[in-house]
Ligand binder design. Sequence first.
Ligand SMILES: Nc1ncnc2c1ncn2[C@@H]1O[C@H](COP(=O)(O)OP(=O)(O)O)[C@@H](O)[C@H]1O
Ligand SMILES: [Mg+2]
Length: 260
Amino acid sequence: MAEVMQPMIRLEGVSKSFGSLEVLQAVDLDVAKGEFLVLLGASGCGKSTMLNLISGFEPPTKGQVVVNGRRVKDVEPACGMVFQQYALFPWKTVVENVEFGLKMRGVGRTERRERALQFVESVGLKGFQDAYPAKLSGGMKQRVSIARVLANDPSVMLFDEPFAALDAMTRQVLQEQLLSIYQKSGKTIVFITHSIDEALMLSTRMIVMGSKPGRVVQDIKNDLPLPRSADIQLSPRYVELKRSIWETVQVEVMKGLESH
Ligand SMILES: Nc1ncnc2c1ncn2[C@@H]1O[C@H](COP(=O)(O)OP(=O)(O)O)[C@@H](O)[C@H]1O
Ligand SMILES: [Mg+2]
């Protein structure tokens, strides 16, 4: 008998309202272990809210969220979140920022320093371990945030528009690094972006959300082979997937404009 794989993340009939505003309506979604899911959709359609429900920062109004087989009731330790704003401790060095979570979990000084340095290296910041955040560029700060989440070894990594504030070149470098980390670690990732190109570059699956209320309007597998580099944008399959996503996004954006 085939083994039935339990999804890493499951949303079952999840609705979320803030007062009279219904942000998400009856969302059902399964994310398999090792998937790299990208969420696309117009501003305000409920993407950040969806991540906050998965991570347990917010409770659903209806339905339930299950992560790694357990119902999410409080801030979920299996999830690590990376935000657009770096949220680093300015008075701590790079390596001190990265080892903070390990310290909180009682990992001893020598071991946590050793592990933190490995993660600093894995995001390409070798040599910068003793620098303070103020001395770093935006891209470097974001790499520290990623290393800090990796050090906590969460099963699920959640990214809320992490590269939106970065210039195009830095963004490309970070995308390639994140893909390589993803391929090595096998982690389950849910990643929000406004960029269809970023979605196509990173994901193994893409979801386009509609607004008012937020729900899934397109769910499409990204079968572009891994590893990927920027030149994949020239392939016919890339163009085909991009057109399909673009059409849905356009329809949703137009609906949003009409309802204003
Ligand atoms: N804590 C909150 N209280 C009240 N309204 C909220 C709260 N969080 C989000 N919203 C509203 O929910 C809607 C969806 O927000 P959000 O999930 O941040 O959208 P997105 O990330 O897709 O831009 C928006 O209208 C926003 O104003
Ligand atoms: Mg948001």
